[in-house]
Design a binder for this molecule. Structure first.
Ligand code: HMG
Ligand code: MG
Length: 302
């Protein structure tokens, strides 16, 4: 069995995590959260989304958040962008890296972005062309890779087709979203084996929601196929507003605990990470949704 020596963790809590919170989180709190995540050593922190505020009100302050965060050398601060209007807003805010998203299921594509898969490909082609002319870095996401809340099983061929299109257009990384956390280790592994026929595995990211408690097992499985990028949310925040019942991303604390234990480098300081998780959980008035954070915070309290 071989595992990567180092894993890059992409912290998506301030975007994927908070987008599904019913309580409005003020921009200042989001900025403080991002700063604390930077203190913890996270190399990539997704700070928000330039999506329609009518669709996702929580992300309406994204420009303000992005502008207020003190950018640190060596950390990327990508922002989610669905269309040319989102790109325009991102450029106005001074964003240097964007993340685009498509879905492997027709119904989810309609519910999430009001267009078919084919239309979403046309849309991202236009956004990529415009973003490249501004020298932006571009990350791609595909939702529902291991199952759809509306259609159930999805076709791995569709996931593979979209993955290839995103790489062909120049995305530097493609993140595979198990949006509703239904996948299990065998399927996660089978998906990577299929994608590996046409895509660079070291540029694939695991973006697993933990709805069914399978995310760590799935990450463990795909790391054995060469995946070395993992998306996660501090304190297990989140969900997706267009995937009913989807709970948060796998918690960053759980991922770091597992990787530390396996001797896999992440550059993340667990103590500082716990501070960030405690901070946002206190604001939301609940405990972190992370077994490792709960245990370590209890130990810290003595
Ligand atoms: P639409 O209604 O078809 O858009 O929505 P439209 O072009 O017809 O425009 C309608 C109105 O929205 C207009 O305003 C536009 O100006 C405005 P009005 O004239 O009515 O006042 N508008 C915008 N405003 C701000 N920013 C924009 C923007 N675009 C249009 N970018 C649209 C299409 C894509 C905008 C909409 O469907 C949308 O915002 N969807 C985003 C939904 C979303 O954020 N979902 C969650 C993120 S994805 C996710 O969580 C999955 C992921 O984590 C991976 C995984 O887990 O699977 C990434
Ligand atoms: Mg997600």
């Amino acid at each position: 069995m071989s595992f990567p020596e180092r894993v890059k963790i992409v912290e998506v809590g301030p975007r994927d995590g908070l987008q599904n919170e019913a309580v409005t989180v003020p921009a200042e709190i989001k900025v403080q959260l991002v700063e604390k995540l930077a203190d913890a050593g996270l190399p990539v922190i997704e700070c928000g989304a330039f999506v329609s505020p009518k669709w996702v009100p929580q992300m309406a302050t994204s420009a303000q958040v992005f502008k207020q965060v003190e950018k640190r050398a060596g950390i990327s601060y990508p922002m989610l962008v669905p269309n040319l209007k989102g790109l325009e807003l991102a450029l106005e805010a001074g964003v240097e890296e964007i993340a685009l998203f498509a879905a492997a299921s027709e119904t989810f594509s309609q519910k999430n972005t009001n267009c078919s898969i084919a239309e979403s490909i046309e849309r991202f082609n236009a956004v990529i062309d415009a973003a490249q002319s501004e020298d932006l870095k571009i990350r791609g996401y595909i939702s529902c890779v291991l199952g759809c809340p509306y259609e159930g099983k999805v076709s791995f061929d569709t996931v593979s087709m979209i993955t290839q299109k995103l790489f062909d257009k120049g995305c530097y990384e493609v993140s595979l979203g198990d949006t509703i956390g239904v996948g299990t280790a065998g399927e996660a592994r089978a998906l990577i084996e299929i994608l590996a026929k046409h895509a660079p595995v070291d540029k694939l990211a695991a973006h697993f929601h933990d709805t069914y408690g399978q995310a760590l097992a799935n990450i463990h499985a795909v790391m054995q196929c060469g995946v070395a990028v993992v998306d996660s949310s501090v304190a297990g925040l989140g969900g997706c507003p267009y995937a009913k019942g989807a709970s948060g991303n796998v918690a960053t604390e759980d991922v770091v605990y597992m990787l530390d234990g396996m001797g896999i480098e992440t550059g993340v300081d667990m103590d500082r990470l716990l501070d960030a998780g405690r901070f946002i959980s206190d604001f939301l008035g609940r405990e972190p949704v992370s077994r490792a954070a709960t245990a370590l915070l209890r130990k810290r309290a003595g």
